[in-house]
Design a binder for this molecule. Structure first.
Ligand SMILES: NC(=O)c1ccc[n+]([C@@H]2O[C@H](COP(=O)([O-])OP(=O)(O)OC[C@H]3O[C@@H](n4cnc5c(N)ncnc54)[C@H](OP(=O)(O)O)[C@@H]3O)[C@@H](O)[C@H]2O)c1
Length: 250
């Protein structure tokens, strides 16, 4: 039986990915900063473990407790919508600690066992913002574009050992709490010069309609990455992300 460890399972995509793999008879290690047993259906194939991807001791404890892992899904992430000028470097470092370094640290922690077994897959969830530059997203986009580049390069060095790495690229998913959390990271002191563009961005983000990504799209893409060795390196998830990828946007 295969085992997947998923980061950031308290809500949104991570929760759906854990549910999806559980329904398909995988062993699932659902990790959360604050573990909750009531979010997923009870199963003897499910373990809920504490994990904060910015904390080395937490990573070491979770990976040791998990046992052999066939697929790692680095899903935990936070957003930020803000002009660069309006955020403190501490906030920027905090975002990179989670989105970029957290992904790298988790990958480093599971690789030795995958390499030793000669199998395994690392699946990194990035974002459709890396297809196309958007206003007020410079920090978030940089944190996710770095993961795209990291994954593509890493895949080359892991190939000889039978270990794969893939990127799942979701589009905009208003159904998860992510957008509200990202907007709360808008700098408190917004310089007046940015007010018009901030108003435009907020209006666009809260707009209804248009193609979107659902959590199930992301779960399906993660499943494809885990189970299909022929899956492409970059797997767009959601109608909007697929459309952007097909349009050849970066
Ligand atoms: N929703 C979108 O529009 C969208 C689009 C493209 C890509 N994404 C990406 O998809 C991923 C999941 O987003 P989502 O939409 O499902 O948002 P979400 O519901 O807010 O989920 C984010 C998850 O990350 C966890 N997390 C945050 N910091 C963490 C840390 N230090 N250690 C461990 N877990 C941590 C959160 O846990 P807590 O409950 O403890 O905070 C939560 O479980 C993120 O990487 C995000 O960047 C989202």
């Amino acid at each position: 039986m295969n085992t997947v460890l998923v980061t950031g399972c308290s809500s949104g995509f991570g929760l759906e990915i854990a549910r999806y793999f559980l329904e398909r008879d995988w062993r699932v290690i659902a990790t959360m900063r604050t573990p909750r047993e009531d979010l997923l259906p009870a199963s003897d194939r499910l373990r809920v473990l504490a994990l904060d991807v910015t904390d080395d001791a937490s990573i070491a404890a979770a990976v040791a407790a998990a046992g052999p892992i066939d697929a790692l899904v680095n899903n935990a992430g936070v957003g930020m919508v803000s002009p660069l000028e309006a955020v403190a470097m501490d906030q920027i470092r905090e975002l990179f600690e989670t989105n970029t370094l957290g992904t790298i640290a988790m990958t480093q922690a599971v690789l030795p066992q995958m390499r030793a077994r000669g199998s395994g897959v690392v699946i990194n969830v990035t974002s459709g913002v890396t297809f196309q530059p958007l206003h007020l997203m410079s920090i978030y986009t940089a944190s996710k574009a770095a993961v795209n580049a990291f994954t593509e390069s890493l895949a080359l060095e892991l190939e000889p050992f039978g270990v794969r790495a893939r990127i799942v690229i979701p589009g905009r998913a208003p159904e998860t709490p992510f957008g509200a959390n990202a907007r709360s990271r808008m700098g408190a002191e917004l310089p007046q010069a940015y007010a018009p563009v901030a108003a435009q961005v907020m209006a666009r983000v809260s707009q209804q309609g248009g193609e979107i990504t659902r959590s199930i799209d992301v779960a399906e893409a993660a499943w494809r990455a885990a189970t299909d060795p022929a899956a492409p390196m970059r797997i767009p998830a959601g109608a909007d992300a697929v459309a952007r990828a097909n349009a050849g946007l970066r």
